[in-house]
Design a protein around this ligand. Structure first.
Ligand code: ATP
Length: 250
C-alpha cells in the first residue's frame, strides 16, 4: 500500500457570504487508500468536497493535489488533472442514461468516448440495459450507480463522492458499498467519500471526522474502531443506540 499523498488540505477555511463553515481543516488523502469523511448533517462535508474540487473558494489555507498547488485552479482544470467529483444528486433526470454519461465526456474523441461507454456498460450492466431510458425513471440506487459511473468516465485518479448512501434503503446502501468495493479492487482510483452512514466505514482505510466545521479526529480505521470515545462521539450523533438502562422486553 502506498503512503504517497494524493490530496492535502492544510488550514483550509471557507464558507458562504459572511458565514464561515469550515475552520482550519487539515486533510491528507493517501493514494490507493479509501478515506471516509464522517460527519452529521450540516457538519460541512459537502462544503469541504466543493472546496476540494474548486466549487468553493478557499478563504484561508493551502491545497495540493499530486504535489501541485491547486488552490487557484478552476474545477475544469482539476478534473483535467485527474480529479473527479460526484455530488449528492449527481445526475440530470431529464436526460437519458447514456446522455448523462456523454455529458461528462466533453472533449473526448469519438473513439475514446465509445471505448469509455463500452467499459462503463461492462462494469455496470444495469446501466447498459437502461441506456436509452430517462435517468429520472431509475430507482434511487440506480441513480446513485449512474452518478458513480459518470464520476468514473474520465478515468480519474482521485474520486470525491458526496454521500453515496443518501436517500437509499439499507439494501441499496449495501449494494452501493459492494459496488464501491469493486471499484477499489479494480485499482487506479483513490476514493474520498463524505458520509454519515456507518455502513460505508466497511470501505474505509482512513477516517476523518468533521464536526461543526472542524476536524475532530483523523486516523486509520483501526484507530477509529479502537478509540471508543471517538466512535461514540460520532455514532452518538448519527446512530443513537437505545440507552443501556432501557427496560428489556419480556
Ligand atoms: P449534509 O449531510 O446535510 O449535506 P454536510 O456535512 O454536507 O451536511 P454542508 O452541506 O457542507 O454540510 O453544510 C454546512 C453548513 O453550511 C450548514 O450550516 C449549511 O446550512 C451551510 N450551507 C451549505 N450550503 C450553503 C449555501 N449554499 N449557502 C449558505 N449556507 C450553506
Amino acid at each position: 500500500m502506498s503512503d504517497e499523498i494524493s490530496l492535502r488540505a492544510s488550514g483550509l477555511s471557507t464558507g458562504y457570504g459572511s458565514l464561515r463553515v469550515l475552520w482550519d481543516v487539515d486533510l491528507a488523502v493517501e493514494q490507493g487508500r479509501t478515506t471516509v469523511l464522517l460527519g452529521a448533517n450540516g457538519a460541512g462535508k459537502s462544503t469541504l468536497l466543493k472546496a476540494l474540487i474548486g466549487l468553493r473558494p478557499l478563504w484561508a489555507g493551502t491545497l495540493t493535489y499530486e504535489d501541485q498547488s491547486i488552490a487557484g485552479w478552476s474545477p475544469e482544470r482539476r478534473i483535467a488533472a485527474g480529479m473527479s467529483y460526484v455530488s449528492e444528486t449527481g445526475i440530470f433526470a431529464g436526460l437519458s442514461v447514456e446522455d448523462n454519461l456523454r455529458v461528462v465526456a466533453t472533449g473526448m474523441s469519438g473513439a475514446t468516448l465509445r471505448q469509455r461507454l463500452e467499459r462503463t456498460y461492462e462494469q455496470f450492466p444495469l446501466l447498459a440495459s437502461r441506456r436509452r431510458e430517462s435517468a429520472g425513471a431509475l430507482s434511487g440506487g440506480q441513480r446513485k450507480l449512474l452518478s458513480l459511473a459518470k464520476g468514473l468516465v474520465r478515468d480519474p485518479r482521485l474520486l470525491l463522492m458526496d454521500e453515496p448512501s443518501a436517500g437509499l434503503s439499507p439494501l441499496a446502501v449495501g449494494e452501493m458499498v459492494d459496488t464501491l468495493a469493486q471499484v477499489v479492487a479494480q485499482g487506479g482510483v483513490t476514493l474520498l467519500l463524505a458520509e454519515q452512514n456507518a455502513r460505508v466505514l466497511e470501505l474505509a482505510d482512513v477516517v476523518t471526522i468533521i464536526g461543526g466545521g472542524r476536524v475532530t479526529f483523523a486516523g486509520p480505521i483501526e484507530e477509529f474502531r479502537s478509540t471508543a470515545d471517538v466512535a461514540e462521539q460520532f455514532f452518538g450523533l448519527a446512530r443513537p443506540e437505545p440507552s443501556a438502562g432501557a427496560p428489556e422486553e419480556t
